[in-house]
Design a protein around this ligand. Structure first.
Ligand code: NAI
Length: 737
């Protein structure tokens, strides 16, 4: 028959094939050309007695139909003997179906040692013995298919079957490991949990069901899993009545219940119980490596926590400090922001996009073939968290919000903003700093479209007059500003804001009267209403994208700026820009006064593939990683001091090409204000990484997860492995080419 899955030339061993499911497998394999060893001890379903007739009958049945079969009457506990029959009769062994089984059902306390041991011997040890005897033959011939037979009792548990369910789930563990060890020899091992009418189920199922649930409705799955064309490996299926389903593990996102330098307590477990057990957004780890990588991430997260225990225990600490410390980690209520092209266009007008520049049409006209949202529209989606019902409602944060100034802003886009959509934002207070004259709240906002993270904002909010409470001054959570290079700017773009600029901008959601109502402005100490800081921010981001990003929104990765002074509507903004690789430093001045209004700012651009290939090919055979290290070197010059504080370690890199070390680099983030140099570490390195040039690029470009690279052997790490987590942070933040 065309397309029929055949087993001609294959030798199949089915254990416990004298009846029930095993018989159905043996017949089906033989019918499709396989030579079959029909093994059966021929006892009763409790494992008592012995007879050759069960196996003989099935062999007879197969032969009558013109198939090839031999019988074996050994117990599966004597695996070598069982396999020997296959080798002697047919010269090899290709497929093993571990199916033999017995029951010794009893409620848990009544299970005798014998009940326990016998069930384990037949199911678990038997499958081990038979499979081990076949393994080397399969390995040598680079082909093998193995089936383990588990049971719903093992997966879910079942009253009266403690011994049986334990053995049955043991088989799943065995199968999963064999799948891993056998993979490279083309030996696949899968597990089934069947349901079928047989003498084993006669005692628990009504006769009609025993008849209806035919073993023939299970056998086709076993045949498919054992076919040479089937790639499935290490999986578990439930099968019966003509239905087949695949099972997998699911794990909740869970909760971290421990804090740095503090004991982990059962109370903390209790407090987090709901979150620990919440399957929303659950993950599905598939390997021990994935599972362990999660643990390493947790260790790193805890390790990078601020050491709040110290301030909690110190008697000298003020009541205010500990009150603020309790606010750290507070999650604000989720906010959603829905928008259409109309809102995106309104925002673009608000930050000065104009058709006087024809290239701006794509930000202003939804009919443009390349219509896109300005990247900084990403702050609009997130800003609700700061406003009504946001920060001012945080319990314990009793500060005067009338004195709020927007201090700094960071925005990172993980992909261009969709042209219309609904973004859900999750916000958390990550730190509170004491700047003396005021207090700074760092608010991280993650905005998602569905489950996909679209952008990240960090609002840094200054509350005038609330400082001086004895809190810390800096935070490793803060996205730092970076001063521009000391040379004259590489480019300057100018735009005059209109008198109505703030009136227009406020339509995008920031309706603070300070920006439109003269009496409010004078209360705040200003001559007249001032422009929104985020409005000037939008102007300058647009300038950078125009000058260095070809007005292409997908080139935008991130922006950081400090709001230094107010701007009045009608003034002219000058964006001074410096290009350093794909980081464009900028500062914004008011032309009329010369005041710097946005300071120490930068935009990170995504490199174009042309950029990359041009750079790589121009170096003719040079390592791609060299470009990244050069970029890291530039960033260390900018922010080395802070990195030394945060990281405090020396990393050595061996970059290989065709298996040989092709370059060595050292990133010193321990001494002075940090340094990158070629060659091995001058002192001793805390961590040494070895990986190929290609894999290094994959990691940097976010295509290869470093943990996976480590567990798969692509990345070798010597020394302090925990520090490599900090390095991941640097690569992510600083290797943006
Ligand atoms: P069955 O009792 O008809 O078949 C099991 C066969 O294994 C018998 O022919 C028996 O003589 C043989 N056997 C027992 N001990 C042996 C030993 N030490 N060495 C060699 N052969 C031995 O039962 P059924 O239902 O066909 O079960 C087949 C497999 O499927 C078993 O592993 C069972 O645990 C499993 N299973 C069956 C379910 C069902 O609904 N039928 C449900 C879940 C699992």
């Amino acid at each position: 028959m065309d397309g029929q899955l055949r087993f001609d030339g294959r030798v199949v061993l089915v254990t416990g094939a004298g009846g029930g499911l095993g018989r159905a497998y043996a017949l089906a394999f033989a019918e499709r050309g396989a030579s079959v060893v029909v093994n059966d001890l021929g006892g009763d379903f409790r494992g008592m007695g012995k007879s050759s007739s069960a196996a003989d009958n099935v062999v007879e049945e197969i032969r009558k139909k013109g198939g090839k079969a031999v019988a074996n009457y050994d117990s599966v506990e004597a695996g070598e003997k069982v396999v020997k029959t296959a080798l002697e009769a047919f010269g090899k062994i290709d497929i093993v179906i571990n199916n033999a089984g017995i029951l010794r059902d009893r409620s848990f306390v009544r299970i005798s040692d014998e009940d326990w041991d016998l069930v384990h011997k037949v199911h678990l040890r038997g499958s081990f013995q038979v499979t081990r005897a076949a393994w080397d033959h399969m390995k040598k011939q680079k082909f093998g298919r193995i089936i383990m037979t588990a049971s719903a009792s093992g997966i879910y548990g079942n009253f009266g079957q403690a011994n049986y369910s334990a053995a049955k789930l043991g088989l799943l563990g065995l199968s999963k490991t064999l799948a891993i060890e056998g993979r490279k020899f083309n030996i696949h091992c899968n597990t089934i949990a069947p349901t079928a009418g047989s003498r084993m189920t006669e005692t628990v199922m009504p006769p009609e069901l025993v008849d209806a649930l035919k073993p023939d409705y299970v056998a086709p799955l076993v045949l498919w899993l054992c076919h040479e064309s089937c790639e499935e490996n290490g999986s578990l299926f439930e099968v019966g009545a003509g239905w087949i389903g695949k099972l997998r593990w699911e794990r909740t996102l869970g909760a971290i219940v421990r804090q740095k330098n503090q004991p982990m307590t059962p109370e903390a477990v209790k407090a987090n119980w709901e979150k620990i057990c919440d399957f929303d957004n659950a993950s599905r780890p598939q390997t021990v490596q994935e599972s362990t990588a999660g643990m390493i991430e947790v260790l790193n997260k805890i390790d990078s926590q601020e050491d709040i225990s110290m301030s909690h225990t110190s008697h000298a600490v003020s009541e205010t400090t500990s009150r603020f410390n309790r606010v750290i980690g507070y999650k604000l209520p989720q906010q959603t922001f829905s928008y259409t092209e109309l809102e995106a266009i309104m925002y673009a007008l608000g930050v000065g996009a104009s058709i006087k520049n024809p290239e701006n049409l794509k930000f202003l006209y939804e009919g443009s073939s390349d219509f896109s949202c300005l990247p900084t529209f990403g702050v609009i989606a997130a800003q609700k968290s700061m406003m009504g019902g946001g920060l001012s409602d945080v319990p314990g944060l009793n500060v005067n919000f009338a004195k709020l100034l927007h201090g700094e802003q960071y925005l990172e886009l993980y992909k261009p903003l969709p042209r219309t959509g609904q973004l859900t934002s999750e916000s958390v207070i990550v730190d509170i700093l004491d700047k003396g004259s005021g207090l700074v709240i760092l608010l991280d906002v993650y905005s998602y479209s569905g489950k996909e993270l679209i952008c990240f904002n960090q609002f840094s909010v200054f509350i005038v007059g609330s400082g001086g409470f004895g809190g810390k001054k800096t935070s490793n959570k803060a996205k730092e500003t970076v001063p521009p290079p000391k040379r004259p700017p590489d480019a300057v773009l100018a735009d005059t804001t209109s008198l109505n600029q703030a009136v227009l901008y406020r339509l995008s959601g920031d309706s603070n009267p300070l920006h439109i109502d003269p009496s409010f402005a004078s209360l705040g100490g200003f001559d007249k209403p001032i422009l929104h800081g985020l409005c000037s921010f939008g102007f300058s981001a647009r300038h950078v994208l125009q000058q260095f990003g070809n007005n292409d929104a997908s080139r935008f990765r991130a922006i950081k700026a400090r709001f230094a002074k107010p701007v009045y509507p009608g003034q002219t903004l000058l964006t001074e820009m410096w290009k350093e690789g794909n980081r464009i430093h900028f500062q914004t001045k008011v032309q009329e006064t010369g005041d710097i209004v946005l300071s120490n700012a930068y935009v990170d651009l995504v490199p174009t593939s042309d950029d990359l290939s041009a750079k790589v090919s121009s170096k003719d055979g040079a390592l791609q990683s060299t470009l990244v290290f050069e970029e890291i070197g530039r960033r260390i010059k900018d922010v080395g001091k802070e990195l030394v504080k945060k990281v405090n370690a020396v990393f050595e890199w061996n970059i290989t090409k065709h298996g040989k070390t092709a370059a060595q680099w050292t990133i010193d983030l321990k001494n002075g204000s940090g340094e990158l140099y070629q060659g091995p570490a001058r002192g001793s390195a805390d961590t040494v990484f070895t990986l190929s040039d290609e894999d290094f690029m994959e990691v940097v470009l976010g295509k290869l997860n470093p943990q996976k690279a480590f567990f798969s052997g692509k990345l070798r790490v010597k020394g302090n492995i925990m520090l490599s987590q900090k390095l991941e942070m640097i690569l992510k933040d600083y290797a943006k080419l």
